[in-house]
Design a binder for this molecule. Structure first.
Ligand code: WT7
Length: 635
């Protein structure tokens, strides 16, 4: 009996039980039967929970790209691995077969090595959604370099801090990128970032827009001529199961972004297994995830998960609204997409437009449609179900995180009955628990609590780059012995989970995870600003938007507020990126603070939401009168 594919609801419960009672046997079998290894493990896992140290497939030797590419060549060499769909629909799509992918990755791997990149070195990849991005990622993995992909919408200072934090030796970028009708000058952003990064020795530059750019002779090299001269085969590096595969930054509720470190074997086994089951991928299906590879969704479910299964995966350069709001539906029809995976924000934005946009395309190739990144509200769920899935495609509402590496809670299509707004049941190997404020596990159903995971799973992030202490404190101290997700959840009468949202100071805006602290830091640098506090509030399209309360310094009080608002948003945009801009700014005289000086964000959230009648207990406030003032000044 194989555990790789869950065939029925009954078997789901059997596999689940097995994974809880005998996790070693369960994962041993999946890992052994479905991947190629240079050397098998001594132990399936080894944990030191106290120290938050976790190892999977201990001492095994592997290369993930052998599993993503080489082992498919004999059977699937001529099968399309990646379909590249450009931003401009009149530009032709590109079909890259597994054979071609092998050659392109081999050449890139050879180039990286010739340019001095070695096993263990960090390479920052700052590219738009073009094939070279996938190829660069895989080439790093092939030579054992650790990739750190930075989403190409991040600003130069966000890029610089990520490059410095992980001490990257190389940056791979492009002259620019196309997004809708905009052209983004990526190279300029890199040049600016590198003024503050002494660790970077070389910059490889892909030509995409062909705009003229500055090239620093000692540092910058165009990639194509190097590729043209590179050998078209490459012997993959033999890697340890627990060698880092990549670093990916995610916001924390405080402090700088956390460089989450994922290691090779556990990530490989879990992303492949979850891809197969959550999307019910069958040979010859065409799968499309609309995320950007700059986020974990793209790492796990545009690249690694699909390629590990020998799938055909679509990589889309554009945006849902260009040239018009039918772009997604047009691409589905064009490539006869069978599995489609997107974010609630996109669904809400498209649902607002005329139905004609979606109705004029044939979507009958679709079998499974997915949602990720934030809670999907009932209305969006039904619109997606009715108009995209044609009421025949199960919606997989997948809950997971950058830190979890792969999908944790999700329906299995055609097996788990779906329920709107519920991510439903944990996948085998995942043991969610709800915790109360006294750190006790909440038994029974129809309960809400803080969502924790009580047993390690293969693709969990192993550490925060350079700061294991912070990893331990962030994830394993709030509820000792358990992984704390930062989310709250509800468990219904049958044990289905519904994720209710963050319980910490992270706000999910359009599916992007934003810590409020770094945004406050950016605002506070404005010379007229004394202090600020950011909270999230519900937004029709974005799920949440940001609301800023800003206290001005004496000399700022007389300034024009519209201009100040613009300047503040510009600063945020420069320091973090346009996605972190505030929807509303309210200038206030003070902020509600507890006696220990902590801002009582609960109250600010209520005011931002417009729920201004019941603030609960405000007796511990140092300045209760400010609440009334802020309330009266609300926009
Ligand atoms: C946070 C993680 C992992 C994919 C992209 C986001 C929220 C994610 C769901 C869902 C409700 C969700 C959570 C989580 N989230 N998926 N299906 N339903 N909330 O990764 O940037 O690390 O953000 O996204 O709040 O903690 P991320």
């Amino acid at each position: 009996m194989s555990y790789y594919k869950i065939p029925s609801l009954e078997q789901y419960f059997k596999h689940y039980k097995k994974s809880v009672r005998e996790p070693r046997k369960f994962w041993d079998k999946i890992a052994f039967e479905n991947f190629s290894w240079y050397q098998k493990w001594d132990k399936v896992f080894d944990f030191d929970i106290e120290e938050a140290k976790f190892k999977w497939f201990v001492n095994a030797k592997v290369n993930i790209t052998k599993n993503c590419i080489d082992r498919h060549l004999s059977k699937r060499g001529e099968k399309t691995a990646i379909i590249f769909e450009p931003n401009d629909p009149s530009e032709e799509a590109l079909h890259i077969t597994y054979n071609e992918l092998y050659v392109r990755v081999a050449k890139m791997a050879n180039v990286l090595q010739e340019q001095g990149v070695k096993k263990g070195d960090r390479v920052c990849i700052y590219l738009p959604m073009i094939p070279e991005l996938s190829i660069a990622v895989l080439a790093c993995a092939r030579i054992g370099a650790i990739h750190s992909v930075v989403f190409a919408g991040f600003s130069s200072s966000a890029l610089a801090s990520r490059i410095n934090d992980s001490d990257c030796k190389m940056v791979i970028t492009s002259d620019g990128g196309f997004r809708g009708n905009k052209v983004i000058n990526l190279k300029e952003i890199v040049d600016e970032a590198l003024l503050n990064c002494s660790c970077v020795e070389k910059v490889l530059v892909v030509k995409r827009t062909n705009d003229s750019i500055n090239m620093n002779e000692e540092r910058d090299i165009f990639l194509q001529p190097l590729l043209d001269n590179a050998l078209n085969s490459h012997i993959a590096e033999i890697m340890d199961a627990e060698d880092p595969l990549f670093i990916l930054y995610t916001s924390g509720s405080t402090g700088k972004p956390k460089g989450m470190v994922h290691t090779i074997a556990g990530y490989m086994v879990y992303t492949a297994y979850t891809f197969k089951n959550v999307f019910n991928y069958e040979e010859n299906d065409v799968y499309w995830c609309t995320a950007d590879i700059g986020w974990i969704t793209g790492h796990s479910y545009i690249l690694y998960g699909p390629l590990l299964n020998g799938a055909t995966t679509v990589m889309f350069e554009g945006i849902p609204s260009y040239p018009d709001f039918s772009r997604f539906w047009q691409v589905i029809e064009k490539h006869k997409v069978n599995q489609f995976y997107t974010a609630p924000t996109a669904i809400r934005a498209l649902a607002k437009e005329k139905l004609d946009f979606v109705q004029k395309y044939q979507l009958n190739s679709l079998k499974v449609i997915g949602s990720v990144g934030e809670p999907i509200n009932e209305e969006a769920w039904h619109w997606y179900n009715d108009h995209v899935g044609g009421k025949r495609c199960p919606i997989v509402d997948t809950w997971w995180q950058t830190e979890t590496g792969g999908i944790m809670i999700s329906p299995i299509p055609f097996i788990t009955p779906t329920k709107p707004t519920y991510a439903s049941l944990p996948l085998p190997g995942i043991q969610p628990v709800l915790m109360d404020e006294l750190r006790n596990e909440i038994e029974g159903n129809q309960k809400t609590g803080s969502l924790c995971i009580k047993f390690p799973w293969p693709s969990m992030a192993r550490t925060i780059w350079g700061d294991h202490q912070r990893y331990k404190e962030t994830y394993f101290t709030a509820f000792p012995g358990k992984y704390f997700t930062g989310d709250g959840a509800l468990r219904d009468e049958v044990g289905y989970y519904r994720i209710t949202g963050r319980v910490d100071d992270v706000v999910i805006v359009s599916g992007h995870n934003l810590g409020t602290a770094p945004i406050e830091d950016a605002i506070n640098e404005h010379p007229a600003v004394a202090e600020s506090a950011i909270v999230g509030f519900p937004h029709e399209i974005k799920g949440n938007a940001l609301y800023g309360y800003v206290i001005l310094k004496e000399h700022g009080i007389s300034r024009d507020k519209d201009n100040l608002t613009k300047e503040i948003n510009q600063m945020i945009s420069d320091q973090i990126g346009p996605i972190a801009k505030l929807d509303k700014i309210q200038f206030v005289e003070g902020l509600p603070k507890t006696r220990s000086g902590k801002i009582m964000r609960r109250i600010l959230r209520k005011i931002a939401e417009g729920d201004i009648n019941n603030f609960g207990d405000i007796s511990t406030l140092l300045n209760p009168e400010i609440v009334e003032e802020i309330k009266n000044g609300k926009l």
